[in-house]
Design a protein. Structure first.
Length: 152
């Protein structure tokens, strides 16, 4: 049984549980629009907070290197970006919304070692402030865990 604030997840209204959870899937979905809009998706727009979230997710450098930076328009589903870039934008989106629960499902699988290390440092810095559920096959992520559950 999984509980949130002492209440079983099956007893939560789905919308209420979604509002306190940020999900970063292995194959993140980006929407047509700018990178900044994709990071702030569904929340009020604050450019400083967008940049801060992108920095924490290890995305700021590659975004800044693009000709239009944060105003770069991405294609539907983000196919104009690499898998690792899409994952870092999705992590920035999750950090931007500042939900108390962060669920990462193989969220660094397409990243190189250096990018993954940046994300791990960020997770290490926020783990006292958020509940982080990390689904991974990568041994490098185990150092972040307070508790490890293995499923066969």
């Amino acid at each position: 049984k999984i509980t949130v604030h002492g209440v079983a997840t099956c007893d939560w209204a789905p919308g209420a549980l979604r509002r306190i959870t940020a999900l970063v899937p292995q194959e993140p979905v980006l929407f047509p629009g700018t990178i900044a809009q994709n990071i702030a998706l569904g929340h009020s727009f604050d450019m400083e907070a967008v940049i801060r979230a992108a920095r924490e997710a290890g995305a700021h450098i590659f975004i800044s290197a693009m000709p239009d930076g944060y105003n770069t328009v991405v294609s539907e589903r983000g196919h104009s970006l690499s898998g690792g870039q899409r994952q870092r934008i999705a992590i920035a989106r999750a950090l931007y919304c500042d939900a108390p629960i962060l669920l990462l499902d193989e969220a660094t699988s397409a990243m190189d070692t250096a990018s993954e290390a940046v994300v791990h440092r960020t997770l290490q810095n926020i783990k006292g402030r958020k509940t982080i559920l990390l689904v991974t096959h990568r041994a490098s992520a185990l150092a972040l865990a307070d508790q490890i559950i293995t499923i066969e």
